[in-house]
Every structure is written in C-alpha cells, then in structure tokens.
Write a protein that binds this ligand. Structure first.
Ligand code: SF4
Ligand code: SF4
Length: 266
C-alpha cells in the first residue's frame, strides 16, 4: 500500500499524471492522496516523485477472498515506555495513517499547549485540528494548565480550542473523592485505562470534540492521547456524542505504550 506524506509533497502532480488508474486524488490547493480502495500497488507513482513523498506502508489487503472473509493487516507500534518522548513518532504515524485513510480531522488533548502546537505545525493546513486542553480546575480551582506563551500561539493558530469538562470525570469523580464508591462512568473510565492512559484520553477527547460540534460524527477521525504530557497513543475512531456513547467505534490503534503506568489516585 502506498501513501503520500503531505509534509514532503510539493504538489507537482507527477504522481497523478503517471497513475493510469486515476487513483491519485487532488483536493484543495495542495492536497494529494492515494485512493487505497482502487490503487493496484504498482508503485509507479513512487518512482516519479521528486520529493520521495510517496512511501510504501506495511499495510496489506487480503486478495482473492470472498466478501466477509477479507481483511487488512496494519502495523501497531508499541512504545517501550509511556510519555511525551514518543510525541514526534506519534505525530508521524498518525499523519501517515490519516493520509492512507483520507482522514482530515484530528482531535487531541493538551496540558501546556506545547504538543498541540507541534501537532498543528506537523499536520499542516490541510487538516482540521481540534485542541482539547485540560479543563479549568484540573490542578488549581479557577485555572487552566496552558502555559502563557503557548496559549498565545494557540489562540493565533486559528484552530478550535475547546475547554470542556472531562467526559469521564465531573460529579462522579467528585463523589468518589468525597465518599468513595464507583459509578458506571468511572468503571468505563478505568476499563479503558486498563489498555493505557492514552487510550482513555483518545476516547475522551473524541467525545468532547463531538459534543462541541467540532469534529464530524459521520466519518472517522484521528484521536491522539498521552500520559500526563505529550502524545504516546493514536487511534482511528468513529466519533459519537456522549448521549450515544456506545455508538463510538474504536476502529484502529495506530500506536500505544506497551505497558501502562501504575494506577494513579482518582
Ligand atoms: S501505486 Fe500505482 S495504482 Fe497506486 S496510486 Fe501509485 S501509480 Fe496509481
Ligand atoms: S509526485 Fe510527489 S511531490 Fe509531486 S504531487 Fe505527487 S507526491 Fe507530491
């Protein structure tokens, strides 16, 4: 399977010219992508690209199998440790998967704002980035966690920055802190955290983005997540609103830490 890395592409159109099946699509001013459902994997486009922007991925589609038995093999990258040191690789993998699936919507969390700015820069203007910062009061009542210099740049970046309550927190977590006990919301939260903090965060920012009307609910999005700071997890998710929580589709894990961090106090 072949994908075009948008960050290297100079929009020369040579790949489109050589593809006899018209499988290279040109959208907007600069956006080229390969329609994986039609591509015959001949590789010709890769040979003419002057910027080595076209790469072969490890994805494989089953061939000659009857409908219902077909499958796609895709790699999942497992990081040795959770945390922000994985941010650059997460962005690279997430963008590659977005391009191969023709996904343009990316929803992501941020604590200080730094990783959100990195993502906005890395994905570029062809993507709709939605930033969900930590809610007010996460660490100190009445305060958010964005650092002033990053907040200023985020405000200028012309992307939605949505402060909203964490879907899996709110009054359930307040009750837990005061009196203990477990609500159904917290059980769902902790179950997702069994896979890792980043998986839970991916689901949470997707719900928040959907409820704010900032991401579509009729097509898949890329969701990023992390552990405390930065990114260490990326997924392909079919969004849903919180009221239809069980309609959410966790389609693909792109990357995640292999081991989750020890349980933290709620
Ligand atoms: S690999 Fe071949 S069929 Fe696929 S987009 Fe490139 S030139 Fe077209
Ligand atoms: S040949 Fe390469 S640089 Fe030119 S449009 Fe295609 S991907 Fe972009």
């Amino acid at each position: 399977m072949y994908v075009i890395r948008g960050s290297n592409c100079i929009s020369c159109g040579k790949c489109q010219d050589i593809c006899s099946g018209n499988n290279v699509i040109h959208e907007g001013e600069h956006f080229f992508y390969i329609d994986e459902t039609k591509c015959s994997n001949c590789g010709k486009c890769m040979t003419v690209c002057p910027m080595t922007a076209i790469v072969k991925t490890e994805e494989k589609v089953s061939e000659n199998l009857p409908k219902g038995l077909q499958y796609t093999e895709k790699p999942i990258v497992f990081f040795e440790k959770a945390g922000k040191k994985n941010t650059a690789k997460v962005l690279e993998l997430a963008k590659e998967r977005a391009l191969s699936l023709n996904i343009r919507d990316v929803v992501l969390p941020t604590t200080t704002g730094k990783s959100a700015l990195e993502a906005i820069d890395f994905f570029g203007p062809d993507f709709n980035i939605v930033v969900i910062p930590c809610m007010y009061g996460r660490f100190k009542p009445g305060e958010h966690t964005l650092e002033p210099e990053y907040e200023k740049k985020l405000r200028k970046a012309d992307v939605p920055v949505i402060f909203a309550p964490y879907f899996f927190s709110g009054v359930d977590r307040a009750i837990y802190r005061e009196w203990g006990g477990m609500s159904s919301t917290l059980i769902v939260r902790q179950t997702l955290k069994l896979f890792g903090e980043g998986i839970k965060v991916c689901v949470e920012v997707t719900i928040v983005g959907a409820d704010a009307g900032a991401i579509p609910i009729d097509k898949e999005v890329i969701a990023l997540g992390g552990t405390i700071r930065g990114f260490d997890t990326a997924m392909v998710i079919q969004p849903a609103h919180s009221l239809q929580f069980f309609d959410i589709g966790l389609r693909e894990i792109i990357c995640m830490p292999r081991k989750r961090i020890p349980w933290q106090p709620m």
